[in-house]
Design a protein around this ligand. Structure first.
Ligand SMILES: Cc1cc2nc3c(=O)[nH]c(=O)nc-3n(C[C@H](O)[C@H](O)[C@H](O)COP(=O)(O)OP(=O)(O)OC[C@H]3O[C@@H](n4cnc5c(N)ncnc54)[C@H](O)[C@@H]3O)c2cc1C
Length: 669
């Protein structure tokens, strides 16, 4: 790595030249750095806006799951079977599914060797359990904070290897140059977030022929979000550089607490808390679910099932299913403007005149579960105390006492199955740019719980293998790089000068524009989607993007990071809405984790307004058989394209042939 100081258009800039720049410090980015180093490419650097920020180190759940190939006892499994199961989630390319399956054991055992405490039995078997969308019990967990433990182990490995980290540094643009009919990435411009304290220029310019982008999911585009607050995402960087995105319509949404962001799955629902809503000031308390369930038994069973049917699923709305609750929570909060709470101090009452709640009214499956867990106490909090005391402690650690106060909730965005498109080595269509982790959208409609963490580790390994084998050269000399990067750099500096320059008649503020983006996404781009009005939302989103470039103003250079952040959020939300609008225009119906309102459909349950009619997407439909890609054209507007889904490759590999290809260096290509 070489560092020099340069002056460009009278601006002081630190120039860093390095073979590979890794953006982000989540589990995927750090795994990429460790793998790359271990594969022999030592000229690398990590740049991250906050070491320890992001989802991996700050999110978790009741039992945070890691999905991997079965590795214990006589569990029948194979990489091909695992690939088929991933593929069958819908809208996932089969060759990518095969890579995720084929490399699953290697990536998982790498984490074990780095010290992540995944439990095994006395003979060394990593015994699995069944997670959602999983028939084979491939899931494992190191506890409620599996991804944090992954971060910790990988961070220690980075430290041991003495790898260079540019902390508190926010990448604001990826720099590219044409390569044939395509483009390739050549570097990145970042802002040093500590520069205002040290009184230095904030600009750090990376001359890096390879970039691994591990910037995580787009947590910052939603108002109702269970992504940690430190996870905002930077998908817009890659979109602006010309990267193709796919399956942006597919995310996971579910119930979470909002003052302390945590998803309310597992035992938080299995102990059957009471749901109620209030007006904005906390008055007019009302058990809003009662009007839509026939009796306390059906209501309490639906709440119980929410425990392991956590993400909203339109197929589980009918017949008083568990996802009817998410829909009613949204109706209460977003349509009626009320606040919704979970109460662990009291049992749900159920509809008037339909009998009392007791454990005897539960469906047998729920009752047996509670009995076998010994959680048969009088109140939800006592049942939770028996079933999972750390679940209470977790909230106490965050100044919320579930025994004393209700917990405010919303249906929140949690994970993006879609994202940027990569090939089997996780390289995007922008050559030398490798999105890994959640920013790379390998999954489609449904994915087994825990497969996000597997995908992140596998992608990190694949990108590292490819870069170390094929893209190992030195970065170009500084002058040559500046010749290519100069025009974009000049444009970025002029945008920055405009942001800090004199305000025109009608300046825009970071805070209000960020709020507008988030409110729009949570209203029209989350788990409830309405074909009426979506085109208007897309238009509003693009108008905001244009306005942001021209009219956004901040007080000083110290505020530039949030200004550029807003540009990224604006672009990201506009492109996500484009994808949603295209899906709806194609007649796409409810699937995955979202419900499409449809006047020709059925009512989710009796008593709901007509506007809630919906239909579930059918197998074999156009949207079911294709993957939607979105890419910005030269003019910065979205090009939408439906592509065929590639099947799982059915090869019959022969060792001697593979060995020959390996010896001839024909494999990593
Ligand atoms: C509540 C919750 C529960 C979950 N449970 C599970 C589960 O049980 N199983 C499962 O498989 N998945 C789960 N997930 C999803 C999974 O945790 C994430 O997909 C995964 O941790 C993402 O890892 P990552 O490395 O891609 O990104 P992250 O860990 O989010 O890291 C992104 C990094 O990029 C940095 N960054 C972003 N933009 C920039 C920029 N412009 N410049 C510099 N740095 C930048 C951030 O600071 C951060 O360091 C859950 C997610 C949530 C929110």
């Amino acid at each position: 790595m070489k560092r020099t100081d340069i002056t460009f258009e009278e601006t002081e800039i630190r120039l860093v030249s390095v073979n590979t720049l890794i953006v982000g410090s989540g589990a995927a980015a750090l795994a990429a750095a460790v793998n790359l180093h271990d594969l022999g490419q030592e000229d690398l650097a990590i740049v991250t806006e906050r070491w320890g920020g992001g989802t991996s180190n700050n999110a978790g759940s009741d039992k945070q799951t890691y999905y991997k190939l079965s590795l214990a006892g006589d569990a029948a499994d194979s990489p091909l079977q695992m690939a088929e199961d991933l593929f069958n989630g819908g809208s996932m390319h089969g060759d990518i599914a095969l890579c995720e399956a084929q490399n699953s054991a290697r990536a998982f055992l790498n984490l074990v060797n780095l010290g992540v405490p995944f439990p095994h039995d006395s003979h060394g078997g990593f015994v699995g359990y069944r997670t959602d969308h999983d028939q084979r019990g491939r899931a494992t967990s190191a506890g409620p904070r599996t991804s944090q433990m992954m971060f910790t182990a990988l961070a220690a490995a980075i430290g041991k290897r003495g790898l260079e980290v540019f902390d508190s540094c926010q990448v604001i643009s990826l720099l590219t140059e044409p390569e044939g009919a395509s483009v390739r990435v050549i570097g990145a411009l970042a802002l040093d977030l500590a520069a205002s304290e040290t009184g230095t220029s904030p600009y750090v310019l990376f001359n890096a022929p390879n970039i691994i982008l591990g910037t995580g999911g787009p947590g910052g585009i939603y108002e109702a979000s269970v992504y940690p607050e430190s996870q905002i995402g930077s998908t817009g960087l890659a979109l602006e550089a010309g990267a193709v995105a796919q399956n942006l319509t597919e995310s996971q949404f579910g119930l979470a607490s909002i003052s302390f962001r945590w998803n309310l799955s597992g035992s938080y629902q299995q102990v059957i808390p009471r749901y109620f809503s209030t007006d904005a000031d906390g008055g007019d308390e009302h058990e809003f679910l009662n009007a839509f369930f026939p009796n306390p038994g059906r209501l309490a069973t639906a709440i119980f099932l929410k425990g392991y049917e956590w993400p909203f699923d339109p197929r589980k709305v009918r017949d008083h299913g568990s996802s009817l609750i998410d829909l009613l929570v949204y109706r209460e909060r977003v349509m009626k403007g009320r606040r919704v709470f979970l109460d662990y101090r009291r049992n749900p009452t159920g509809p008037a005149g339909s009998g009392e709640f007791t454990l005897d009214v539960l469906a047998p499956e729920a009752k047996e579960y509670l009995e076998r867990s010994g959680s048969v106490q009088e109140t939800p909090i006592d049942r939770l105390r028996k079933m999972n005391p750390p679940a209470i402690q977790l909230y106490l650690d965050n100044a919320i006492d579930l025994a004393e106060e209700p917990l405010e909730i919303a249906v929140c965005a949690q994970h993006n199955n879609g994202g940027l498109r990569g090939d089997v080595w996780w390289e995007s269509n922008v050559r030398h740019l490798f999105p890994v982790g959640e920013v790379n959208g390998t999954h489609g409609v449904r994915r087994p719980g825990g497969s996000a963490l597997n995908a992140g580790q596998v992608g990190a390994l694949r990108a590292a293998q490819y870069i170390s084998r094929r893209y190992a050269g030195e970065p170009p000399a500084g002058e040559a790089f500046l010749t290519s990067a100069g025009p974009k750099l000049s444009e970025l500096l002029s945008v920055a000068r405009r942001f800090t320059g004199p305000a025109g008649d009608d300046p825009l503020e970071v805070k209000t524009t960020a709020r507008e983006i988030r409110q729009r996404m949570s209203r029209v781009g989350a788990h409830i989607r309405n074909p009426d009005g979506i085109d208007q939302s897309v238009e509003d989103a693009w108008r905001l993007c244009d306005d942001l470039r021209e009219r956004l103003r901040v007080e000083s250079t110290a505020d530039l990071p949030s200004a550029f952040r807003n540009l990224d959020l604006g672009l990201t939300h506009a492109v996500y809405l484009e994808a949603i609008a295209e899906y709806l225009a194609r007649g796409g119906r409810s699937r995955g984790s979202f419900l499409v309102l449809d006047r020709a459909g059925e009512l989710p349950c009796e008593g709901l307004e007509d506007v809630w009619r919906f239909l579930v997407e059918e197998e074999g439909s156009f949207v079911d058989g294709h993957i939607l890609e979105v890419q910005l054209d030269q003019g910065g507007r979205a090009r939408r394209e439906w592509v065929d889904i590639r099947p799982v490759p059915r090869e019959d590999p022969w060792f001697e042939q593979v060995w020959e290809a390996w010896r001839n260096d024909d494999v990593i290509r």
